[in-house]
Design a protein around this ligand. Structure first.
Ligand code: AQP
Length: 324
């Protein structure tokens, strides 16, 4: 029996990659008898590591919660929380910083990339992976579904857990990375060498979870392909066509058939995406009419995870020699 945590940064523009790569596996895990407990976490504390607008952050956080429910997250089986609303996340974050080396944090690829991009760098960007370790270790998580970009951070969480256990006595479950499955990396429609991303400046490259049908059709019809003229799964030679085939496979759950033209492929991809997103849009509209319901679900999620979180922090404080 395993405990699993999946996090989502409320940085806006949730897209098809987030749905196929993270939300759907989370929903599928609810029916997996091997998963005892699943947590869906809005990583709003993580969103503070870069320049942000407070009002927008709040709206984005509520929207992530709404979209998770619209995508099929059942709060009866998956605890839905925001990490800022469970104060033990912040407390454990600091305590874990005290067992993490500056060099370990500074060599994280994501920190190097984001800090090299120019502009002011917040200290919290450096310690972001330690907060992620706290998110995981706080709840005794065994399995964390991670894409390529987060695997280095998960390694750090494992190192911190092992080091703490060796130095201060057995305290933490050492988490394992699991691959999310079918759609690990949906690529940008306008540049299929980059992953579809919330923060990319060109919205034409991503299918938003609430994009209306005509927008989906237009984006797919303009998706970059190539001049080969044959529909083949060839990530190196035909990344755009391969991405469309991957999207089709992930949306339908079936191996794509044969196609005589890129136009035919694009029409089928459009229909498959629409079939996946139409019910999410409809449910999102219903849920958006009832913000009180959302607050109640977040409060229930918090109440559900808090006893274990308090117990973990109590153990860590005792192991470190802090006063009761
Ligand atoms: N393109 C993708 N294909 C498959 N899965 C993806 N995920 C993100 N992009 C893709 C998965 O969605 C979950 C939530 O992602 P996140 O909020 O932690 O942010 P991220 O991984 O950094 O995703 P973005 O969309 O690229 O955000 P920005 O632009 O803000 O950095 C994760 O499980 C992630 O693997």
């Amino acid at each position: 029996m395993t405990r699993r945590l999946t996090g989502f940064q409320p940085t806006g523009n949730l897209h098809l990659g987030n749905l196929l790569g993270a939300m759907r596996p989370l929903v599928a895990a609810q029916d997996d008898p091997a998963t005892t407990d699943s947590i869906a976490m809005i990583a709003d504390l993580h969103a503070l590591t870069v320049e942000h607008d407070p009002q927008r952050l709040r709206a984005n956080s509520l929207d992530v919660a709404t979209l998770l429910l619209a995508a099929g997250v059942d709060p009866g089986r998956t605890a839905l929380i925001a990490n800022s609303q469970v104060p033990e996340h912040s407390e454990l974050h600091y305590l874990l910083e005290c067992v993490t080396g500056y060099g370990e944090a500074a060599r994280m690829i994501q920190f190097k990339e984001k800090s090299a991009a120019g502009g002011p760098v917040r200290l919290s960007l450096l310690t972001y992976p330690v907060l992620m370790a706290a998110d995981i270790l706080l709840h005794d998580i065994d399995h964390v579904p991670v894409g390529d970009d987060q695997s280095q951070h998960l390694e750090l969480a494992r190192d911190i857990a092992v080091r703490f256990n060796n130095r201060y006595g057995p305290t933490f479950t050492v988490p394992e990375a699991i691959r999310p499955g079918a759609a690990e990396r949906i690529m940008d429609l306008t540049d299929p060498t980059r992953k579809m991303s919330k923060s990319s400046v060109n919205p034409a490259g991503r299918i938003g979870l609430l994009d209306p049908p005509d927008v989906i059709r237009r984006k797919v019809s303009r998706a970059v392909t190539d001049t080969v003229g044959v529909v083949r799964h060839d990530p190196e030679g035909q990344p755009g066509v391969t991405n469309l085939l991957e999207i089709l496979r992930a949306c339908t759950g079936e191996e794509p058939g044969a196609f005589t033209s890129y136009g035919q492929l694009k029409r089928e991809v459009t229909d498959a995406i629409e079939a996946v997103l139409a019910p999410v849009r409809a449910r999102h509209a219903e849920l958006s009419d009832d913000p009180g319901h959302l607050q109640k679900i977040l409060a229930e999620g918090r109440a559900r995870v808090r006893p274990r979180a308090e117990e973990t922090v109590r153990k860590v404080r005792a192991a470190l020699g802090l006063l009761d």
